[in-house]
Every structure is written in structure tokens, then in C-alpha cells.
Write a protein that binds this ligand. Structure first.
Ligand SMILES: [Zn+2]
Length: 240
């Protein structure tokens, strides 16, 4: 069981390779560990896989209608496990959950750690065990997400309030928001209108959209500092 109090996680959400590489480099520069919940394969994802000392690859299955991962729980899980056969952890896209889904996860996959539960800024979080017909699922709630901060009327660009919160602290970042230093959803939507589909955007076109000053990137750097000074953070497989 991990003794770390912090853990950084990234929901890849079909980010282009230049974005994944840029975020990975920020983590590597500070020897901070992270779990990347994968939506697709690419050369950048292979580069993450090669850094097993720092990074864990989990799956980020999309169970929503219209998913490119498949139509049923079984299909989506089969598709995602094909992407990351070594995965033991998951977070559902849009934190989709159901009892029948978890029964399927335990029956059909080696996934035994789930981080799909969001408990905003809650103190005294600890890993939880959920017995299911196919075995025990470790539940590792996350307490902060970049999209959650962006939903606030007045986002707080200061992580110090979280540093001293007692209990396990798992943070969720989306690589695209770190890369762009997103400051609001309105600005993010404007970027998408200017660049077209972000998953196909070139580094050159995206770079021109990066915001300066306080935003998700500055929070990411703060989170890196906090986690680095606390020992580098935990990845999901350590909770098995
Ligand atoms: Zn997602």
C-alpha cells in the first residue's frame, strides 16, 4: 500500500501527441509520477509506456452514447484493454459508473483499481475496498479536477489550500488544459473554434493558443511542486 499522500492523474481524452509529450516532459523534469488514463494509442502514448519508472497507464473507457470505444460495457472494456493490456486501473470518461459495469470490469478484465469517484476537496480520503461478485475493487476517489475548477464562478489559481488537506489527495488534470493553460471554458471553446478538432491540431497551431499567466498550467506546476516535495506521488497500481 502506498504511503504517498498525493497522486497526479491525467485523463488523456484524445489529446494530440504534442500535448501529451509536453505534459510528460514537465513531470519528467521533476521526477513526479503520474497515472495516465488512456483513450487511444499513439507514438506519444508509447513514449509514456516506456517510462514505467514514472508513469502508469490505465484505461479511460468511454461508455457514453456514440462512443468510439464500443456500444456495450463489454465492448468498450475489450477495446480499451486492447489498447493497454497491462492496465490494472481505470477512470471512466465523464466518471460514468454503474453496478453492472463494475461487475463486468471484475469479470472480464484485470482492472482492480478504479478512480472514477469525484469528492470535491473532501478531507480524510483513504483507499476503499468494494467487494463484488468477481473479487474486490479498490476505489480511489479524486478530490480535485481542472474541469471542476473551471466550473467555479471564480476559479482559485492557488493550490496551497489543498496542500494541507488531511487524507489522500488525487488530482485530475486534462493534458489539453495544461498545455493551453486554460483559464475558462469560454476561452477553451474559442480555441476550439479557431483551431478545429484539437485531436488533429498541429503543435504550431496549438502553440499560438497558449495563454500566459495564471491558469491550469500554473496550477499543474504548483501541483508538481507539492507532489515532488512530498516524495513524488503515487500511481494507481500502488493501491492494489
Ligand atoms: Zn475523459
Amino acid at each position: 500500500m502506498s504511503q504517498q499522500r498525493f497522486g497526479l492523474t491525467l485523463d488523456v481524452d484524445w489529446a494530440p501527441d504534442c500535448v501529451i509529450d509536453a505534459v510528460a516532459q514537465r513531470l519528467e523534469a521533476h521526477a513526479v509520477r503520474a497515472t495516465w488514463f488512456i483513450t487511444h494509442l499513439s507514438p506519444a502514448v508509447e513514449r509514456l509506456r516506456a517510462r514505467r519508472d514514472l508513469f502508469e497507464l490505465g484505461i479511460h473507457p468511454n461508455f457514453l452514447p456514440g462512443s468510439t470505444h464500443g456500444c456495450t460495457h463489454e465492448e468498450v472494456l475489450r477495446h480499451c484493454m486492447h489498447l493497454v493490456p497491462e492496465a490494472v486501473s481505470m477512470r471512466s470518461h465523464s466518471v460514468y459508473q454503474s453496478g453492472s459495469l463494475y461487475a463486468c470490469v471484475l469479470r472480464d478484465t484485470p482492472i482492480r483499481v478504479d478512480s472514477s469517484t469525484f469528492l470535491p476537496e473532501m478531507a480524510y480520503i483513504r483507499p476503499l475496498e468494494q467487494p463484488l461478485p468477481g473479487g474486490v475493487l479498490k476505489r480511489i476517489p479524486f478530490i480535485w479536477g481542472d474541469d471542476y475548477e473551471l466550473c467555479k464562478v471564480s476559479p482559485c489559481w492557488d493550490f496551497s489550500r489543498l496542500r494541507d488537506l488531511p487524507g489522500l489527495q488525487i488530482f485530475l488534470f486534462h493534458p489539453i488544459h495544461v498545455y493551453l493553460n486554460t483559464v475558462s471554458f469560454a476561452e477553451y471553446e474559442a480555441v476550439k473554434r479557431r483551431t478545429g478538432p484539437l485531436s488533429e491540431a498541429t503543435a504550431e497551431r496549438l502553440q499560438a493558443q497558449i495563454k500566459s499567466g495564471l491558469g491550469i498550467a500554473s496550477l499543474f506546476d504548483e501541483a508538481i511542486d507539492i507532489v515532488a516535495s512530498a516524495g513524488g506521488g503515487a500511481v494507481m497500481r500502488e493501491f492494489l
